[in-house]
Design a binder for this molecule. Structure first.
Ligand code: SAM
Length: 267
């Protein structure tokens, strides 16, 4: 019998919400096992780098089953979090976790894509995104959107799995990513989707190239933390102070159309 988990990729784009719909039911379990439970400490470090304050409003992009959103609340009980993801199945599992912890008033999980955020400029104090940017089809668009919706003094923390290219432990890390993870994922979730994990990690830019891309999209790097011998990288950035001004027609307030500098720019 063909179940959602065993169907071949077909027309589904690898990394898309539709692909994650197929593996949602086992996603958390596979994650814990594949990372030996270490993903929790990487998530904590990511949330810590946001510099949360009382009442912070945080956007968790590619929220999936909501673990980052929940981590924010563990760190800052009065924070308000919006989690966004295109996978309705991942979100359904996340909503159940939120409901069980009675956090519905603090965490809102909604469907959407990072490339076009349904929020006003400067509407968040911070953004976190764990293992999401690798899956986004148009990364520059998503990065510009992050710069646009984050307040000037806000922080953006992007955690991503990265290829271990050098170092004494590189062969072991690569063996884990290339051979152990895809097989373990396929075995645990009876799905071929986990083959994509290895190819997407290999295809992701080096940390240096990604920092450059972020700068081109209006995000200034504050710190890059290489973790677990380079297998995970945490990028901490903020909206760049100087942005190329975008001149666009706008109402001047006296009924005439004039030109104003938008905070948008390349953001
Ligand atoms: C590996 S999961 C990470 C989930 C969660 N952040 C975590 O740490 O467990 C990647 C998530 O990216 C989401 N995703 C794929 N394309 C996306 C897009 N264009 N915008 C936002 N999220 C996207 C998928 O639906 C999936 O839930």
């Amino acid at each position: 019998m063909t179940t959602p988990a065993t169907r071949p990729f077909g027309s589904v784009r690898p990394g898309s919400g539709a692909m994650f719909d197929r593996i949602a039911d086992r996603y958390d379990l596979v994650n814990r096992i594949m990372t030996f439970g270490l993903d929790r400490s990487w998530r904590k470090k990511t949330v810590d780098s946001l510099g949360l304050r009382a009442g912070s409003r945080i956007l968790d992009l590619a929220t999936g089953t909501g673990d980052m959103a929940l981590e924010v609340l563990r760190r800052q009980a009065d924070a308000q979090v919006v989690g966004l993801d295109p996978s309705s199945e991942m979100l359904a599992i996340g909503r159940e976790k939120v409901r069980k912890q009675q956090l519905e008033a603090s965490i809102e999980l909604r469907e959407g894509r990072a490339e076009s955020l349904p929020f006003e400029d400067d509407s968040f104090d911070g953004i976190c995104m764990a293992y999401g940017i690798r899956n986004v089809a148009d990364r520059p668009a998503a990065l510009r959107e992050m710069a646009r919706v984050t307040r000037p003094e806000g922080r953006i923390a992007i955690l991503e799995a990265t290829d271990v290219r050098s170092g004494i432990l590189a062969p072991f890390a690569r063996f884990h990513v290339y051979h152990v993870m895809p097989r373990l994922g396929a075995w645990l979730s009876s799905s071929e989707e986990y083959r994509y994990l290895q190819s997407s990690i290999t295809a992701f830019p080096t940390p240096e190239a990604f920092v450059e891309l972020m700068a081109e999209c209006g995000l200034e790097s504050l710190a890059t933390h290489s973790m677990t011998f380079g297998a995970n990288t945490l990028f901490v950035v903020r909206p760049a102070e100087v942005r190329p001004a975008e001149v666009r027609p706008a109402e001047t307030g006296n009924g005439e159309t004039g030109s104003v500098e938008s905070r948008g720019g390349v953001r």
